[in-house]
Design a protein around this ligand. Sequence first.
Ligand code: AMP
Length: 172
Amino acid sequence: MSTDLAAKIRDVPDFPKPGIVFKDIMPLLADPAALKEAVDRIADWAEPRRPDLVLGAEARGYITGGALACRLGCGFVAARKPGKLPWRTVAAKYALEYGFDSLEVHADAIVAGQKVLIHDDVLATGGTAKATVELVEQLGGEVVGLPFIIELEFLNGRERLEGYDVYSLIKY
Ligand code: AMP
């Protein structure tokens, strides 16, 4: 039986700052049927793209990203905020509402030619996803798809990812 995944997303107004409606995936993660359905549906979409690795963005992208990697028979790569990874890293900067942030991956996490699926919980403006695309490509990897649980269509994240294969389970 199919679960209403959208019913498992909690809207939290004015978090983390006024004017932002935070899409909280914790109720979905806590529900066994919803969690399984979300991972299975993304894995079914991803399987024909034959990824070798799933790259998850800090921090919520790790939760379903790890489950996804396991179901697909892939390895998992963590993209982290600067200074968190212990080994040699490569970095990509991205714009925030005010200023910049960056993400890093280990320099040996992706071998040239590997096919990489980039995953996160929410696609908003696309800045985070674009930075992870740059990380994969800096290391010679090939981005074979970008599946998300939630897409905030009004923020046009897909436009920043033009030319890439983007998928989402729930659109707002
Ligand atoms: P962006 O780089 O603008 O596409 O933002 C995506 C990142 O920020 C993801 O890692 C999301 O987890 C988080 N994010 C952005 N907007 C929201 C939102 N409204 N609700 C929950 N997470 C969000």
